[in-house]
Design a protein around this ligand. Structure first.
Ligand code: ZN
Length: 320
Protein backbone atom coordinates (compact mmCIF):
# COMPACT_ATOMS: atom_id res chain seq x y z
CA UNK A 1 0.00 0.00 0.00
CA UNK A 2 1.29 3.45 -0.90
CA UNK A 3 -0.20 6.52 0.81
CA UNK A 4 0.08 10.01 -0.63
CA UNK A 5 0.92 12.61 2.03
CA UNK A 6 0.62 16.15 0.60
CA UNK A 7 2.97 18.57 2.34
CA UNK A 8 2.77 22.39 1.98
CA UNK A 9 5.57 24.37 0.31
CA UNK A 10 6.17 28.13 0.02
CA UNK A 11 6.42 27.79 -3.78
CA UNK A 12 3.97 28.57 -6.58
CA UNK A 13 3.58 24.86 -7.29
CA UNK A 14 1.69 24.40 -4.00
CA UNK A 15 1.84 21.13 -2.09
CA UNK A 16 4.37 18.42 -2.77
CA UNK A 17 3.37 14.75 -2.68
CA UNK A 18 5.36 12.68 -0.23
CA UNK A 19 4.65 8.93 -0.45
CA UNK A 20 4.62 6.48 2.42
CA UNK A 21 5.26 2.95 1.19
CA UNK A 22 3.83 0.46 3.68
CA UNK A 23 6.23 -2.37 3.06
CA UNK A 24 9.41 -3.73 4.57
CA UNK A 25 11.47 -1.58 4.90
CA UNK A 26 9.02 1.24 5.69
CA UNK A 27 9.87 3.82 3.04
CA UNK A 28 9.21 7.48 2.41
CA UNK A 29 9.58 8.99 -1.07
CA UNK A 30 10.67 12.64 -0.89
CA UNK A 31 10.14 14.78 2.19
CA UNK A 32 8.84 18.29 1.57
CA UNK A 33 10.81 21.47 2.19
CA UNK A 34 12.79 22.28 5.32
CA UNK A 35 10.18 24.14 7.38
CA UNK A 36 8.37 23.64 10.69
CA UNK A 37 4.99 23.71 8.91
CA UNK A 38 6.02 20.98 6.50
CA UNK A 39 7.44 18.84 9.28
CA UNK A 40 4.35 19.07 11.49
CA UNK A 41 2.09 18.37 8.49
CA UNK A 42 4.18 15.33 7.65
CA UNK A 43 4.16 14.14 11.27
CA UNK A 44 0.36 14.30 11.49
CA UNK A 45 -0.02 12.64 8.09
CA UNK A 46 2.21 9.79 9.26
CA UNK A 47 0.20 9.58 12.51
CA UNK A 48 -3.01 9.12 10.49
CA UNK A 49 -1.45 5.90 9.25
CA UNK A 50 -0.24 4.90 12.70
CA UNK A 51 3.38 5.82 11.97
CA UNK A 52 5.97 8.16 13.40
CA UNK A 53 9.05 9.70 11.82
CA UNK A 54 11.10 7.36 14.04
CA UNK A 55 9.57 4.33 12.26
CA UNK A 56 10.97 5.24 8.84
CA UNK A 57 13.61 2.83 7.57
CA UNK A 58 14.33 4.24 4.13
CA UNK A 59 14.01 7.61 2.36
CA UNK A 60 14.11 7.66 -1.43
CA UNK A 61 14.74 10.91 -3.31
CA UNK A 62 13.26 11.62 -6.75
CA UNK A 63 15.32 14.74 -7.61
CA UNK A 64 17.28 17.66 -6.27
CA UNK A 65 14.62 20.38 -6.00
CA UNK A 66 14.23 21.80 -2.52
CA UNK A 67 10.52 21.07 -2.13
CA UNK A 68 11.51 17.39 -2.33
CA UNK A 69 14.74 17.22 -0.31
CA UNK A 70 14.47 19.87 2.43
CA UNK A 71 13.64 17.54 5.35
CA UNK A 72 15.76 14.53 4.34
CA UNK A 73 18.49 14.95 6.94
CA UNK A 74 16.15 15.87 9.79
CA UNK A 75 14.04 12.76 9.11
CA UNK A 76 17.13 10.56 8.66
CA UNK A 77 18.63 11.80 11.94
CA UNK A 78 15.45 11.05 13.85
CA UNK A 79 14.75 7.67 12.30
CA UNK A 80 18.13 6.30 11.29
CA UNK A 81 16.60 5.61 7.85
CA UNK A 82 18.91 4.92 4.95
CA UNK A 83 18.87 7.66 2.30
CA UNK A 84 18.69 6.47 -1.30
CA UNK A 85 19.44 8.75 -4.27
CA UNK A 86 20.73 8.80 -7.82
CA UNK A 87 24.52 8.42 -7.58
CA UNK A 88 25.59 11.75 -9.17
CA UNK A 89 23.25 13.57 -6.78
CA UNK A 90 25.19 12.41 -3.69
CA UNK A 91 28.00 15.02 -3.78
CA UNK A 92 25.54 17.80 -4.67
CA UNK A 93 23.26 16.97 -1.72
CA UNK A 94 26.14 16.57 0.68
CA UNK A 95 27.48 20.02 -0.09
CA UNK A 96 24.07 21.60 -0.69
CA UNK A 97 25.02 25.27 -0.13
CA UNK A 98 28.04 25.15 -2.43
CA UNK A 99 25.95 23.27 -5.00
CA UNK A 100 23.22 25.92 -4.93
CA UNK A 101 25.79 28.70 -5.08
CA UNK A 102 27.38 27.13 -8.17
CA UNK A 103 23.93 26.55 -9.69
CA UNK A 104 23.05 30.23 -9.19
CA UNK A 105 26.33 31.41 -10.72
CA UNK A 106 25.64 29.14 -13.69
CA UNK A 107 22.08 30.49 -14.09
CA UNK A 108 23.33 34.03 -13.87
CA UNK A 109 25.86 33.47 -16.66
CA UNK A 110 23.13 31.90 -18.82
CA UNK A 111 20.78 34.85 -18.13
CA UNK A 112 23.46 37.41 -19.01
CA UNK A 113 24.28 35.63 -22.27
CA UNK A 114 20.61 35.48 -23.30
CA UNK A 115 19.74 39.11 -22.67
CA UNK A 116 18.22 39.26 -19.18
CA UNK A 117 18.99 42.77 -17.79
CA UNK A 118 21.19 43.07 -14.73
CA UNK A 119 18.46 44.37 -12.37
CA UNK A 120 16.26 41.36 -13.15
CA UNK A 121 19.23 39.02 -12.61
CA UNK A 122 19.98 40.56 -9.23
CA UNK A 123 16.35 40.36 -8.14
CA UNK A 124 16.24 36.67 -9.08
CA UNK A 125 19.46 35.99 -7.24
CA UNK A 126 18.07 37.40 -4.00
CA UNK A 127 14.88 35.34 -4.41
CA UNK A 128 17.00 32.24 -4.84
CA UNK A 129 19.12 33.11 -1.78
CA UNK A 130 15.97 33.55 0.29
CA UNK A 131 14.58 30.19 -0.87
CA UNK A 132 17.83 28.36 -0.15
CA UNK A 133 16.92 27.86 3.51
CA UNK A 134 14.01 25.61 2.43
CA UNK A 135 16.57 23.06 1.31
CA UNK A 136 19.35 21.49 3.36
CA UNK A 137 22.37 19.24 2.97
CA UNK A 138 21.79 15.52 3.38
CA UNK A 139 24.01 12.46 3.48
CA UNK A 140 23.13 9.81 0.92
CA UNK A 141 23.84 6.34 2.34
CA UNK A 142 22.89 4.28 -0.71
CA UNK A 143 23.31 5.35 -4.32
CA UNK A 144 21.46 3.96 -7.33
CA UNK A 145 21.98 4.10 -11.09
CA UNK A 146 19.92 3.38 -14.20
CA UNK A 147 18.70 -0.22 -14.13
CA UNK A 148 19.39 -0.84 -10.44
CA UNK A 149 16.64 -2.29 -8.28
CA UNK A 150 15.36 -1.30 -4.87
CA UNK A 151 14.00 -4.32 -3.02
CA UNK A 152 11.13 -4.52 -0.53
CA UNK A 153 9.51 -7.60 1.01
CA UNK A 154 6.49 -7.22 -1.29
CA UNK A 155 7.75 -5.27 -4.30
CA UNK A 156 10.75 -4.38 -6.43
CA UNK A 157 11.41 -0.99 -7.97
CA UNK A 158 13.56 -0.55 -11.05
CA UNK A 159 15.46 2.72 -11.18
CA UNK A 160 15.43 4.89 -14.31
CA UNK A 161 17.15 8.21 -14.87
CA UNK A 162 14.80 10.58 -16.73
CA UNK A 163 16.53 13.99 -16.74
CA UNK A 164 14.97 17.16 -18.15
CA UNK A 165 12.97 18.82 -15.40
CA UNK A 166 16.18 18.59 -13.37
CA UNK A 167 19.47 16.79 -14.09
CA UNK A 168 18.76 14.23 -11.33
CA UNK A 169 15.15 13.20 -12.11
CA UNK A 170 14.88 9.58 -11.08
CA UNK A 171 11.77 7.45 -11.45
CA UNK A 172 11.02 4.12 -9.79
CA UNK A 173 8.98 1.47 -11.57
CA UNK A 174 7.17 -1.42 -9.93
CA UNK A 175 6.89 -3.60 -13.02
CA UNK A 176 4.70 -6.18 -11.25
CA UNK A 177 2.04 -3.64 -10.32
CA UNK A 178 2.74 -1.47 -13.42
CA UNK A 179 3.08 1.45 -11.05
CA UNK A 180 5.52 4.33 -11.37
CA UNK A 181 6.87 6.76 -8.79
CA UNK A 182 7.36 9.66 -11.17
CA UNK A 183 8.59 12.65 -9.15
CA UNK A 184 8.23 15.81 -11.23
CA UNK A 185 9.01 14.03 -14.51
CA UNK A 186 5.32 13.99 -15.43
CA UNK A 187 2.63 16.10 -13.71
CA UNK A 188 -1.02 16.09 -14.74
CA UNK A 189 -2.12 19.71 -14.26
CA UNK A 190 1.06 21.52 -15.35
CA UNK A 191 3.80 20.81 -17.88
CA UNK A 192 7.04 20.17 -15.96
CA UNK A 193 9.44 23.02 -16.70
CA UNK A 194 12.60 21.80 -18.39
CA UNK A 195 14.84 24.12 -16.36
CA UNK A 196 18.31 24.79 -17.67
CA UNK A 197 20.50 23.50 -14.86
CA UNK A 198 24.19 23.09 -14.24
CA UNK A 199 25.13 19.50 -15.14
CA UNK A 200 25.66 17.26 -12.09
CA UNK A 201 28.60 15.38 -13.53
CA UNK A 202 30.95 15.40 -16.47
CA UNK A 203 30.76 17.72 -19.42
CA UNK A 204 31.69 21.36 -19.52
CA UNK A 205 29.89 23.28 -16.77
CA UNK A 206 29.91 26.42 -18.91
CA UNK A 207 28.13 24.61 -21.72
CA UNK A 208 24.37 24.96 -21.54
CA UNK A 209 22.52 21.62 -21.63
CA UNK A 210 19.56 21.33 -24.03
CA UNK A 211 17.10 20.78 -21.20
CA UNK A 212 13.93 20.53 -23.30
CA UNK A 213 15.47 18.18 -25.89
CA UNK A 214 16.73 16.01 -23.02
CA UNK A 215 13.30 16.13 -21.38
CA UNK A 216 11.46 15.13 -24.57
CA UNK A 217 13.82 12.13 -24.95
CA UNK A 218 13.04 11.15 -21.37
CA UNK A 219 9.29 11.49 -21.98
CA UNK A 220 9.56 9.31 -25.09
CA UNK A 221 11.15 6.57 -22.97
CA UNK A 222 8.41 6.82 -20.34
CA UNK A 223 5.75 6.67 -23.06
CA UNK A 224 7.04 3.17 -23.91
CA UNK A 225 6.43 1.95 -20.36
CA UNK A 226 3.39 -0.19 -19.66
CA UNK A 227 1.75 1.46 -16.64
CA UNK A 228 -1.59 1.61 -14.89
CA UNK A 229 -0.69 4.55 -12.70
CA UNK A 230 1.93 7.21 -12.12
CA UNK A 231 2.33 8.73 -8.66
CA UNK A 232 3.63 12.25 -9.32
CA UNK A 233 5.49 14.76 -7.16
CA UNK A 234 2.59 17.22 -7.37
CA UNK A 235 -1.13 16.91 -8.06
CA UNK A 236 -3.27 13.92 -8.87
CA UNK A 237 -2.36 10.39 -9.81
CA UNK A 238 -2.01 9.84 -13.59
CA UNK A 239 -3.79 6.92 -15.27
CA UNK A 240 -3.33 7.72 -18.96
CA UNK A 241 0.35 8.54 -19.06
CA UNK A 242 0.68 7.97 -22.82
CA UNK A 243 -2.12 10.39 -23.63
CA UNK A 244 -0.64 13.01 -21.28
CA UNK A 245 2.82 12.62 -22.83
CA UNK A 246 1.30 13.02 -26.32
CA UNK A 247 -0.36 16.25 -25.12
CA UNK A 248 3.00 17.51 -23.87
CA UNK A 249 4.62 16.74 -27.23
CA UNK A 250 1.89 18.71 -29.01
CA UNK A 251 2.22 21.65 -26.60
CA UNK A 252 5.96 21.88 -27.23
CA UNK A 253 5.47 21.65 -31.01
CA UNK A 254 2.99 24.54 -30.88
CA UNK A 255 5.36 26.64 -28.81
CA UNK A 256 8.28 25.96 -31.13
CA UNK A 257 6.14 27.01 -34.13
CA UNK A 258 5.08 30.21 -32.39
CA UNK A 259 8.68 31.07 -31.51
CA UNK A 260 9.78 30.41 -35.09
CA UNK A 261 7.19 32.92 -36.32
CA UNK A 262 8.48 35.55 -33.87
CA UNK A 263 12.11 34.93 -34.85
CA UNK A 264 11.20 35.10 -38.54
CA UNK A 265 9.87 38.66 -37.96
CA UNK A 266 13.29 39.85 -36.75
CA UNK A 267 16.35 38.50 -34.90
CA UNK A 268 15.82 38.72 -31.12
CA UNK A 269 17.30 37.74 -27.79
CA UNK A 270 15.72 34.94 -25.77
CA UNK A 271 14.56 37.55 -23.25
CA UNK A 272 12.72 39.52 -25.93
CA UNK A 273 11.15 36.30 -27.16
CA UNK A 274 10.04 35.41 -23.62
CA UNK A 275 8.41 38.83 -23.25
CA UNK A 276 6.62 38.44 -26.58
CA UNK A 277 5.34 35.03 -25.42
CA UNK A 278 4.45 35.76 -21.78
CA UNK A 279 4.57 39.52 -21.17
CA UNK A 280 5.43 40.52 -17.62
CA UNK A 281 5.75 36.89 -16.48
CA UNK A 282 9.03 36.93 -18.45
CA UNK A 283 10.29 39.45 -15.87
CA UNK A 284 8.95 37.96 -12.62
CA UNK A 285 9.70 34.38 -13.72
CA UNK A 286 12.67 35.27 -15.89
CA UNK A 287 14.65 32.06 -15.51
CA UNK A 288 11.69 29.77 -15.98
CA UNK A 289 10.52 31.51 -19.15
CA UNK A 290 14.10 31.84 -20.42
CA UNK A 291 14.51 28.07 -19.98
CA UNK A 292 11.28 27.54 -21.96
CA UNK A 293 12.38 29.79 -24.81
CA UNK A 294 15.89 28.33 -25.02
CA UNK A 295 14.51 24.81 -24.90
CA UNK A 296 12.34 25.45 -27.95
CA UNK A 297 15.01 27.44 -29.76
CA UNK A 298 17.31 24.42 -29.26
CA UNK A 299 14.76 22.23 -31.09
CA UNK A 300 14.60 24.80 -33.94
CA UNK A 301 18.41 25.03 -34.08
CA UNK A 302 18.75 21.25 -34.12
CA UNK A 303 16.38 21.28 -37.14
CA UNK A 304 18.51 23.95 -38.84
CA UNK A 305 15.70 26.54 -38.82
CA UNK A 306 17.27 29.03 -36.42
CA UNK A 307 20.85 30.17 -35.76
CA UNK A 308 22.42 31.80 -32.74
CA UNK A 309 24.36 35.01 -33.50
CA UNK A 310 26.47 36.67 -30.83
CA UNK A 311 26.67 40.46 -30.52
CA UNK A 312 28.70 42.02 -27.67
CA UNK A 313 28.44 38.85 -25.59
CA UNK A 314 24.66 38.64 -25.97
CA UNK A 315 23.10 35.91 -28.11
CA UNK A 316 20.41 36.74 -30.69
CA UNK A 317 18.38 34.23 -32.62
CA UNK A 318 17.70 34.56 -36.34
CA UNK A 319 15.77 32.44 -38.83
CA UNK A 320 17.81 30.68 -41.51
ZN1 ZN B 1 8.60 19.60 -7.18
Amino acid sequence: MIHCLPVPTPFAVGRVNVYLVEDDPLTLVDTGPNSATSLTTLESALAEHGRRVEDLERIVITHQHIDHIGLVQILANRSGAEVVAFEPLKPWLESYREGMEADDAFSEAVMARYGIPEDVRMALRSVSMAFRAWGAAATVTKTVREGDTIEFAERTWTVHHRPGHSPSDTIFCDEGRRELIGGDHLIKHISSNPLISRPLEGGDPTERPQALAIYLDSLAKTREMDLVRVLPGHGEEIHEHRQLIEERFRLHERRARKLLRLIAERPQTAYELAQAMWGNVAVTQAYLTLSEVLGHVDLLRNDGRVVEVEEDGVAHFAAT
